[in-house]
Design a protein around this ligand. Structure first.
Ligand code: GDP
Length: 365
């Protein structure tokens, strides 16, 4: 399963946020993919469409989809040189598919900051530089190896050498790999290099309790937003401490609490949605009388693979996917009506599944 890693300097609120994640946590029994590891937290993906489908179909059970966050502790200045948990930290980050970087935007005299002052851009640059240095080291090694082959006119090596050159130049200029443009062919090679700065990243601005309702009043948040906008990255504003409190409440209490705070959606819910999409994930639904359920798929996959997410037999024996878009189904008011209106399509093996598709798979056993 794909996972988003939570990183950040010490004392920025990572553990507090991760606590909120595990406490709000999904019921692991529903999710066979779930990793059993204290550093992994499973979260349900909030999705209003699932509530609407439940109203429409009135099933016995409704199951949201879920995915995993991984807590990655231990980054400090010099990590790429082995400081702190250095190498361990880097190998953990290598295993995640996207990065959520927690940035301290709250002031609190009682909580020391590793650099002695709260300066979010400084913090971001420390972390991003460590990742760049680590990548530069792997790329340099690879560059040397491939150079020899390239000199012998090995075609593949030549192609890779060009890519490595481009990456090396960018990294030396402190540009992360994700900001470099590559052709589709090159992208495959880049993927194989497993570089840290090629992973998509978003920033989590952690503000104090009294700032959640109006985060723009926090100068640090504005700075983070400007920085992120420059690299086309998203910023999610949260107050980790409040999220930790919310995670202990039930749904009704949670809604009341949010209303008191003057916000409509919890920071954690926003973070979950943003990370899900950062990972390139989307949701399709199955809607039967027994169960209405959301399923996670990687954007771009075809119908048989999507069926395989439910059960391998569904993929092996795939015949077709009876598909209606969520919007069409809600417009029609029921599956029967949607069918009458000709909105239910019979899709075959080549169909590329879309976010919001409601699917009934037909298969041979
Ligand atoms: P980590 O080292 O990044 O995991 O940071 P922690 O989650 O342990 O937080 C460090 C300290 O900051 C703890 O005392 C937290 O209670 C506090 N803290 C974390 N988030 C917030 C926040 O949103 N507001 C305030 N005031 N304090 C926070």
């Amino acid at each position: 399963a794909l996972t988003a890693g939570i990183v950040g300097l010490p004392n920025v609120g990572k553990s507090t946020l991760f606590n909120a994640i595990t406490q709000a946590g999904a019921e692991a029994a529903n999710y066979p993919f779930a990793t059993i590891d204290p550093n992994v937290g499973i979260v349900e993906v909030p999705d209003n469409r699932l509530n609407k489908l439940t109203e429409l179909v009135k099933p016995k059970k409704t199951v949201p989809t879920a995915f995993e966050f991984t807590d990655i502790a231990g980054i400090v200045k010099g990590a790429s040189k082995g400081e702190g948990l250095g190498n361990q930290f880097l190998s953990h980050i290598r295993q995640v598919d996207a990065i959520c970087q927690v940035v301290r935007c709250f002031e609190d005299e009682n909580i020391t900051h590793v650099s002695g002052k709260v300066d979010p851009i400084d913090d971001i640059e420390i972390i991003n530089l460590e990742l760049i240095l680590a990548d530069l080291e792997s790329v340099n090694k690879r560059h040397q190896r491939v150079e020899k082959l390239a000199k012998q006119k090995d075609k593949e090596a030549l192609a890779e050498f060009t890519i490595l050159d481009k990456i090396k130049t960018a990294l030396e200029d402190e540009t992360p790999v994700r900001a470099i443009e590559f052709s589709e062919e090159q992208q495959k090679v880049v993927k194989g290099l497993h570089l840290l700065t090629s992973k998509p990243m978003l920033y989590v601005a952690n503000v104090s309790e009294d700032e959640v309702a109006d985060p723009e009043s926090n100068e640090n948040v504005q700075k983070v937003k400007e920085y992120a906008a420059n690299e086309g990255a998203e910023v999610i504003v949260i107050c980790a401490k409040i999220e930790e409190e919310i995670s202990e409440l039930d749904q009704e209490e949670k809604e009341m609490f949010l209303e008191e705070l003057g916000i409509t959606e919890s920071g954690l819910d926003k973070l979950i949605k943003a990370s899900y999409s950062l990972l390139g994930l989307a949701t399709y639904f199955t809607a039967g009388e027994q169960e209405v359920r959301a399923w996670t798929f990687k954007k771009g996959i075809k119908a048989p693979q999507a069926a395989g997410i439910i059960h391998t037999d569904f993929e092996k024996g795939f015949i077709r996917a009876e598909t209606v878009s969520y919007d069409d189904l809600v417009d029609a008011g029921s599956m029967g009506q949607a069918r009458e209106k000709g909105k239910v399509r019979l899709e075959g093996k080549e169909y590329i599944v879309k976010d919001g598709d409601v699917i009934h798979f037909r298969f041979n056993v």
